[in-house]
Design a protein around this ligand. Structure first.
Ligand SMILES: Cc1cc2nc3c(=O)[nH]c(=O)nc-3n(C[C@H](O)[C@H](O)[C@H](O)COP(=O)(O)OP(=O)(O)OC[C@H]3O[C@@H](n4cnc5c(N)ncnc54)[C@H](O)[C@@H]3O)c2cc1C
Length: 402
């Protein structure tokens, strides 16, 4: 049972120097703050909007979790990630993960699909290839096209996102962590002790972790760092059955990922919805570039293109659903060019750590991202090889005069 408490910002004595300040209380910042508090670090978590809010990337009730990744390093990280989710469930007493299985669908010969199957097989992950006949038996409501291939990642499922965010923030506070919300960071003064000025105060800390989601570039530019990030507005679409309850879809709806279907580059994913009982959440994995401050002001024609792709997908693959979304909401992605995260130190200020570029797939990994950003911040050797997440993989100029 979760009680929603009004966040009341605690007064911070003026001579306090925190071990660490975390900028941004989305899932990555909150998880980092939680791990810092677990490591007995005096931590302040700052958030520009009153909590909870729906202006960034972490809101909504559901996210997909899966082991299937085409990159070995993510599959490797998922092992510990599942354990960390279970730990958080135990500590908070709240169920956050529901196992549904993840159905993967792709055209024949698709490299990403083949790589996921190969990695799951090599790592002895619980999965099964599905012939079209088997797929029809297991998921009778999905209509695959002739020649398309499918498999099931048995541990795929749904994370209760809003509950997870609240749970991690509450655990952080229980361990003595301080959250101040409705307090935007306006200025960061690097130094041996970092000074952070917000709309209502000034705070000092030995270390700073920046997890500002779609606002990352706005926070990092004044620190001389221009990362190749793109912020995208995502249309989150919910679909209803043509005849409610008839197809039995609700009882056995897996999470799913359709890769490069219909000869297109894009991915489509879906999951049972907790937001709207009786509706299904099916989304296009991408969107149009948008400033997070102007998310609601975008042109309609841009929206229609990705929604049309979804309408085509639904009418072909899930014909028991209405081919027009019943509800459309918005969320933001912050993408890097290779869609891998950024988990690294600021190149000039080693007591500033950056976690950004989660490219629309960071929620499931957030418990481990938090642990890694905490390790970087407290100077522990990171538990994983962070080369795929380094800033130096982008050949970018760094302005040392800032
Ligand atoms: C529609 C959608 C579906 C998704 N589906 C999945 C999925 O199925 N599985 C999955 O693993 N991932 C999924 N993701 C991705 C995942 O949700 C994100 O990777 C994750 O939420 C990113 O979290 P974050 O903490 O980096 O960003 P955010 O949640 O945006 O948090 C950043 C925070 O920093 C705050 N902030 C910024 N600037 C300042 C400032 N100056 N001062 C104070 N505070 C500041 C912001 O207000 C914000 O609260 C999805 C994302 C979207 C949008």
């Amino acid at each position: 049972m979760i009680t929603v408490k009004k966040q009341v910002n605690m007064a911070v004595p003026s001579n306090t120097v925190f071990d660490c300040i975390v900028l941004g209380a989305g899932i990555q910042g909150s998880s980092t703050a939680y791990h810092l508090a677990k490591n007995h670090k005096k931590t302040l978590l700052l958030e520009q909007f009153p909590l909870p809010h729906s202006r960034g990337s972490s809101h909504g009730q559901t996210r997909i979790i899966r082991r299937a990744y085409a990159e070995d390093f993510y599959t490797n990280m998922m092992e510990e990630t599942y354990q960390l989710w279970a730990e958080l469930e135990k500590e908070s007493g709240i169920k956050l993960y529901r196992k549904t299985g993840l159905l993967l669908i792709a055209p024949p010969g698709n490299e990403e699909f083949e790589s996921m199957c190969k990695i799951m097989e090599e790592r002895k992950i619980s999965w099964e290839p599905l012939t079209q006949e088997k797929c029809k038996l297991k998921y009778p409501d999905f209509f695959l096209k002739s020649g398309e291939v499918a498999c099931c990642d048995h541990d795929g499922g749904v994370l209760s996102a809003d509950k997870a965010l609240r749970a991690v923030q509450e655990q952080f506070q229980k361990m003595g962590g301080v959250i101040r919300d409705g307090e935007k960071v306006k200025h960061i003064q690097p130094g041996r002790v970092v000074t952070v000025t917000t709309t209502s105060g000034c705070f000092e800390a030995e270390k700073l972790v920046i997890t500002a989601g779609p606002w990352a570039q706005k926070v990092l530019s004044p620190l001389g760092l221009e990362l190749p990030l793109k912020t995208l507005r995502i249309n989150v679409c919910y679909w209803k059955e043509k005849i409610p309850g008839r197809s039995g879809l609700l009882q056995n709806f897996p999470t799913f990922l359709g890769v490069n279907l219909n000869g297109e580059e894009h991915e489509v994913y879906g999951l049972p919805s907790q937001e709207y009982p009786g509706l299904f959440k099916i989304c296009f994995h991408g969107g149009n570039e948008a400033d997070p401050e102007e998310r609601e002001l975008q042109d309609k024609p841009n929206q229609i293109q990705d929604i049309q792709i979804l309408c085509d997908f639904v009418s072909q693959y899930l014909p028991d659903l209405h081919p027009k979304p019943a509800v459309i909401e918005q969320c933001m992605y912050t993408n890097t060019p290779d869609c891998n995260f950024i988990l690294d130190y600021h190149p000039l200020h080693k007591n500033i750590v950056i976690g950004t570029g989660f490219s629309g797939h960071g929620f499931k990994l957030s418990p481990l991202v938090g642990k890694i950003l905490c390790e970087l911040s407290i100077g522990k050797p990171p538990s994983y090889d962070l080369k795929p997440f380094s800033i130096t993989r982008f050949k970018i100029p760094i302005n040392s005069s800032m």
